[in-house]
Each structure stands twice: as C-alpha cells, then as structure tokens.
Design a protein around this ligand. Structure first.
Ligand code: GLC
Length: 563
C-alpha cells in the first residue's frame, strides 16, 4: 500500500481541558495549545488530535456536543482555532478534530426539538421506542457507563436510546437527513483547514434495528462486538461518508474502533473499500481488561500482548492501516499500567515507547506520556470527576457490591481521571499548567515529573522520546516492514527483527524488573550498530544478549550485511 503523510506521521493527542491554560481560568484552552506548538515540533510530532472543543454542557467533557459549528467558550473562539490551524500549518504540523457523530448532547437544538412531540421534524433524528408492557425500557440494553441504555422522556411518553450517559442521546443514522447533517459539519471544518477527524465510536453508527434483548450472560465485550458495534449498515454509511466528504481531500479519518476485531477490521480500513483511513483498535489498551472496566482486570501478560500484535499485523498485510497506542483520555496512564512507575519509572517508560515506535502502523501518543506522567491517587470519592467512574462508584460502592475502599482502589487503578490531570510543564505552582487551581487537581508528583526538568536532560524520558521519534522519521523500517518475532512464549522478553527492501533492525525489550538473558545469534560483531538504548551499557556476545530490567535496544544491521 502506498503510504501517505498520515500513515507515516506520529499523532499526539491533546486533551484540551488539561493541556495548557492561557487565560488563568484553571481550564486549558486553544491559545494554550498554540503556545506549545514549538514544543510539539521539537518533540517530533507530525499530527495533533484535539479531543472535542465544540460547545457542550460537558457532562462527558465535550463528548456531548450541543453545537457542532461553535467552539466552546471555555476553550476560546473560532478565531483562536483559525489561528491555531494557521500556526500549526506554518510549522508543518497537521491538526485533526474529534468528531462525535454517534450522539449529541440532550442540549443540542435537534434533541430539544425532537423531545417536544412525536411529529416534530427532528423526532426521527434520534431513536425512540414505546415502553415495554410494564412501562419499563423497551429492551435490556445497558449503557457503556452503567445503567440502562434507555431513558424515559415525560413529554411524549417514550424512551430514547443512549449507549453512553442519558445526556448523550444516540443519533438515528438510518435517517438520511442526520447523515447529511454530519457530512455538512465535516465539510465545514475541512473547508476551514482542519486536516481530518478522529471519529468517536464510529463503529456504533449503524444499529441492529430488531432491538432484541441481549443474553444477560454474554460479557459486555461480546455485547459490544455482536450487538452494539458493526451494525448491518455500517459499511454503507462509512463509504457514503467517504464519497460525500473525504474523497478528494488531503485529509484523513481515524476511526475509534470500539468492538473491532482483527478479523473484521479490514472491512473498515482496506484502502480499496474507501471507508476509513485507519482504525484505532482497543486490543492493546484492553489487553488485561477481561470485560467491563474496573472489576474484571487480570495481570498484564506479555505473551498475550505479543499475540495481539501478531494478529493486527494481518490488517496491514491486507491493505489496511492501524493505530497503536498504550494510552488515551479513557484509560489509566501507560507507565502505571504496563510499566513500573516506581523503581523503573524512566526505564519502563522508555521501553514502552520503543515498542510502540517500532510497530507497523501509526503511532499515537497521549499528552504527558512523553514525560512519564503517572496515575494519580484519589483519597475520597468526592474527588472523582469522570462520569463513568462516578456511575461505577454509585452503582457498586453505594449498593454494596464492593466496599467503598475497594471501589475507590479500582477507580484509582483503572479510572479515566488518571489520564486527565493537568499537563506537568514545570515545578512551579499548578505545574505551569495554569496560574490558579485547575479544574482537576494536578498530580502531586509534578515537582519531580515535568517538561522543564526533562527537556535538556539526556537521561530523561522526554529526551528519549525526541530521539526515538526522530529515528522513526528517518527509518521507514520502524513503522512499515516485514516483522519476524522470536521467543513467542517468553513471558518477559519481546524480540523481533524487522526488514524492508533497504534496512533491517533488531528490537530487544525487557518487560520485567529482572535481568534476562536472551539467545540471539549475532553472527559477526561488526554487523550491528545500536540506534537507541535506554541504558548506557550493552551486554552481549555473539550468542546472546543480557538485558537489564526494562532495557530496550534497537540495533541496525549495517548496510554491508547482505539483506
Ligand atoms: C469515546 C470517547 C470517550 C467518550 C465516549 C462517548 O469512547 O473516547 O471519552 O466518553 O466515546 O462519546
């Protein structure tokens, strides 16, 4: 497949509320992002994805849009956005916005009209059903954020569907007027210079119209895969979106692939089908989450992770493209989940980015991971901000399924607020994010983990990110090459060789806090040169390599060696 700038580029996700506050409101904003563009260029980022900045009552931090054409006042103005786009483009950066087409806010004009009467022209913009015989919801569907997926609306005596909170009613994509409205929104922003969209829960747009009850024993993951996502018309809709919006544009779509598997992913991203340009799948992020978010988490298992990567390679081999990420605004911090945020904080953060940078696909980094930001610790339920965590606490602790402390511990380990604490720019008050108390408390470790300290320090995580992203830009073999994985069943070592028509690299990663010896036949000493190493030493002979805890090494096989 011919690669475009968006396949090759590195995406950096900005959660605007927590990135940089330029006004002293305690909330990040668009001008705050513009101020940091040079930082992102120096970091070797190519594309910025900004989580939603449209008008919203913020029940789900912007993922509940009340006007797709207006920038939310707390983030700034349309002019600020225009300025951001032009400043970004001047620096060679591209900008994609977060589009939320599956649902609106209940405060959107369409919903307010739809709610009033059954004959309103906007009624059919949403999904309404009569109560069942006992007056309850029309079926047993559950929301992603707990509780039923239906809410009763007094005004007309019917229920509306919401796969997320009750403030986020699902749009009815069967209605051509709805689809056209969303295409108009997309065209509007693309005409203003936006370079594409991350499309929120795009796989949910087409619903199974029978609305049958779901087997209560099916785990939530299967419910999503088989009932909520991948509906019967999804590919028709996405192809139509491509034709009506994306076809002749130098822009791209990255679909949030909730419920997508390596088997059905090619249907979304095979470039011949002209639907999405890439899919952001969840098998990596959810590799230790059995089912549902908090109470069904297993130990991290590297053998399993390796098999996930192998399976997703098939999508790329079949003309598609994927996005690899270890973190975003919906998950706990990557170094806390998959690394060791205590004794081997630096080493493990560097090792994880080495893996992500050398996988085929687009690399997606979440703000703050480049300095190794860690999970935060809430000491009381009053500190929870995220609606998903609040609902979980409410349903489980208050109703005594778990003790209050156990529920809070689960939220501390897995909750979304972990990733949403303000960006740690320096060690001054409020971490340099703002000059006042921020909307969500700054993580207390900002005095030791921050951009300023790390910027010029060659030992730092940030320095390593800059270096490895630079290497990735220079060597296509990092993100687009044949891959040969060795030692499949080793529980703590990940080793692979990658080669394309002109280069070959070897990657050695130690996922444990122990020293590990790996057999590898290096043949002749002079054939290999180290491109990057997160330790200063390299302990190897011709037959094996001894890795320090969380060590990561990328070696290049010299050109002279016969590929
Ligand atoms: C996506 C977003 C998440 C949001 C949900 C509903 O999963 O990433 O933050 O809550 O969709 O829009």
């Amino acid at each position: 497949m011919a690669l475009n700038w968006y396949h090759k580029g590195v995406i950096y996700q900005i959660y605007p509320k927590s990135f940089n506050d330029s006004t002293g409101s305690g909330v990040g904003d668009i001008n705050g992002i513009t101020e940091k563009l040079d930082y992102l260029v120096d970091l070797n980022i190519d594309i910025i994805w900004i989580s939603p900045i449209f008008k919203s009552p913020n029940k789900d931090n912007g993922y509940d849009v009340s006007d797709y054409y207006a920038v939310s006042d707390e983030y700034g103005s349309a002019d600020d956005l225009e300025n951001l786009l032009s400043e970004a483009h001047k620096r060679g950066l591209r900008v994609i916005l977060d589009l939320v087409p599956n649902h609106t806010s209940t405060q959107h004009e369409w919903f307010k009209a739809a709610e009033k009467s059954k004959t309103n022209p906007y009624r059919d913009y949403y999904i309404w059903k009569k109560p069942d015989a006992d007056g309850g919801p029309p079926n047993n569907w559950k929301s992603f954020f707990g509780g039923p997926a239906w809410t009763y609306s007094e005004q007309t005596g019917e229920y509306y569907l919401h796969l997320f909170t009750k403030y986020q009613p699902d749009l009815n994509w069967e209605n051509p007027a709805v689809r056209q409205q969303i295409y108009d929104v997309m065209n509007y922003w693309l005409d203003r210079g936006v370079d594409g969209f991350r499309i929120d829960v795009v796989t949910l747009l087409s619903k199974n119209l029978d609305f049958d009850d779901i087997d209560e024993n099916l785990g939530f993951r299967k419910v999503i895969e088989n009932h909520y996502a991948n509906g019967p018309k999804i590919h028709t809709f996405l192809h139509e979106m491509h034709e009506k919006v994306m076809r002749d544009r130098d822009a791209f779509t990255m679909g949030e692939g909730v419920g997508v598997t390596p088997e059905n992913a090619p249907l979304y991203v095979d470039s011949n089908r002209k639907e999405l340009d890439m899919i952001y799948h969840f098998d990596i992020l959810e590799n230790n989450i059995v089912d549902g978010k908090y109470d069904n988490v297993t130990e991290f298992n590297l053998v399993n992770l390796k098999s996930i990567f192998r399976k997703w390679q098939n999508v790329i081999e079949n003309n598609g493209w994927i996005v690899n990420a270890f973190g975003n605004h919906d998950f706990a911090r990557m170094v806390s989940r998959f690394g060791n945020d205590d004794l081997y904080h630096k080493e493990s953060a560097k090792m994880l980015i080495t893996l992500l940078s050398t996988l085929n696909g687009t690399l997606n980094i979440y703000q703050g991971d480049e300095i190794g930001m860690t999970n935060t610790r809430l000491t009381s339920p009053n500190q929870i901000d995220d609606i998903q965590a609040k609902n979980f606490y409410q349903e489980n602790a208050i109703n005594k399924k778990f003790s209050e402390q156990v529920a809070l511990d689960m939220i501390n380990n897995e909750g979304r607020d972990n990733a949403r604490t303000p960006m740690q720019w320096n060690d001054s008050d409020y971490a340099g994010f703002s000059n006042t108390t921020s909307w969500l408390a700054v993580n207390k470790n900002y005095t030791s983990i921050n951009v300023k300290d790390q910027w010029d320090n060659p030992e730092s995580i940030l320095y390593y990110y800059r270096e490895i992203l630079h290497l990735r830009k220079k060597h296509e073999v990092f993100y687009n090459a044949d891959i040969n994985e060795l030692h499949h069943n080793h529980p703590s070592i990940y080793v692979y060789e990658k080669r394309n028509h002109e280069e070959m690299i070897l990657v050695f990663l130690n996922f444990s806090s122990d020293y590990e010896t790996v057999d590898y036949n290096f043949m002749q000493e002079y054939d290999y040169q180290v491109l990057i190493n997160n330790y200063n030493n390299l302990d190897r002979n011709n037959e094996c390599i001894k890795l320090n805890p969380y060590q990561s090494i990328v070696m290049q096989v010299n050109q002279a060696y016969n590929l």
